[in-house]
Design a protein around this ligand. Structure first.
Ligand SMILES: *Cc1c(COP(=O)(O)O)cnc(C)c1O
Length: 377
């Protein structure tokens, strides 16, 4: 929600056409320090997909951040920021084998997997690398859950990690992600407990793991307030102590949203204010940005950005929609959004806390995956 002087000054410019995202790099640096203070024992691997702007990556690289990447393009972006390959994790559990070979050739030696087939690819194309297995979590408590698609059950994860050494890679550890915009600091606990149990059982069977990757999920402030980072840090530290005792492994965190969310504001323009009938006064407000232009996380109204107008009129309920000719391009209809009654087309609005998952979701190479090309024959 922070709206710094630098951001305000930029938003006041009328020569920059909307929509745009303005990021304050000082806030990114502040968020990095906040996380480092809250979880001092953890190595920070910034999840590049949250906001891959070169200036953001460079700022974080300069502060000592490592990088969690999902594609060769993201690895290249992390390398271009000044981070060496030993500071990069290839954390996507779904990789083409050719991309693993490319990453390996670039020096990346830390890889995620959650299936036997993926372990096979790593053993062939990233020999000797450290590998970690992602386990399933429920995603409970998260506004943007990442459950089901990623991770495998604990029993399978154990079996695969036991196999890893025989397959020429180093069984390094376990990872999980409790769901994005996780509003409950206690949600890390059950996954930490499961991981600790895995560490113990594998040790008995001759495999010593040394790393636990507790993922991202740390929140940014949108319309609703969130717990302070210190509360997350404390809950996580307590979990680690409770379940690992005096044998806490190396800890990795993979923040995305927390690092950049509140460091950015989108400037947008009102294209049209209208009603649908002579008797229904509810205003539809159409902006020049929508679901397909960067606000994908408004899907099911999951992420609710604070939206601010400079006008002073009484605030009344509105439905907010994007500019495209697709009826799915409606951001907020059920959520209680109110804008001044004197709002006019041509007005500029601020969409705050918009630094995470906006430019990337504008669909050009999300997560570094190139957009589809057209071949006319
Ligand atoms: C997206 C992603 C993250 C970042 O999640 P946030 O909720 O934004 O912190 C971390 N790890 C992995 C593997 C991811 O895919």
């Amino acid at each position: 929600m922070t709206n710094t002087k630098k951001i305000q000054k930029f938003l006041a410019r009328r020569d920059v056409p909307t929509p745009f995202l303005v990021m304050d790099l000082d806030l990114v640096a502040e968020n990095y320090r906040k996380l480092k203070t809250a979880v001092p024992r953890a190595a920070i691997y910034y999840a590049v997909k949250a906001n891959p702007a070169p200036e953001v990556l460079k700022t974080l690289a300069g502060l000592g951040s490592n990088f969690d990447t999902a594609s060769v393009n993201e690895i290249d972006m992390a390398l271009a920021s000044g981070a060496s390959a030993d500071r990069i994790s290839y954390g996507n559990t779904i990789k083409k084998e050719a991309d693993i070979s490319t990453a390996f050739a670039k020096g990346v030696r830390l890889y995620a997997f959650d299936s036997e087939a993926e372990l096979g690819k790593l053993s062939r194309s990233a020999p000797g690398s450290r590998v970690f297995c992602r386990i399933l979590t429920s995603g409970a408590g998260a506004d943007w859950p990442l459950s089901r698609k990623f991770g495998c059950e604990v029993a399978m994860a154990k079996r695969l990690l036991l196999q890893a050494a025989d397959r020429g890679v180093a069984p390094h550890g376990v990872s999980f992600h409790v769901g994005s915009q996780q509003r409950d600091p206690k949600q890390w606990d059950s996954a930490v407990a499961e991981a600790a149990e895995m560490f113990r059982e594998l040790e008995q069977r001759g495999v010593t793991l040394s790393m636990l990757n507790i993922g991202g999920g740390f929140p940014t402030r949108y319309r609703k307030s969130v717990a302070a980072m210190a509360e997350y840090g404390q809950a996580i530290e307590e979990s680690l102590n409770r379940h690992f005792g005096n044998r806490i492994p190396d800890i990795i965190v993979e923040p995305g949203r927390q690092m950049v969310g509140d460091a950015g504001v989108i400037g947008t323009e009102v294209v049209l204010v209208s009603t649908k009938s002579d008797t229904d006064a509810r205003r539809w407000v159409y902006l020049d940005i929508g679901k397909f232009g960067g606000l994908a996380e408004t899907m099911d109204e999951a992420i609710q950005y604070p939206i601010v107008s400079a006008r002073k009129g009484k605030a009344e309920r509105v439905i907010l929609a994007g500019p495209t000719c697709d009826s799915a391009d409606v951001m907020y209809e059920k959520a209680d959004y109110r804008l001044p009654i004197d709002l006019q087309e041509g007005d500029r609005l601020e969409i705050r806390s918009a630094g995470a998952y906006t430019t990337t979701y504008a669909a050009v190479a999300f997560n570094g995956f190139e957009p589809i090309k057209t071949y006319c024959v």
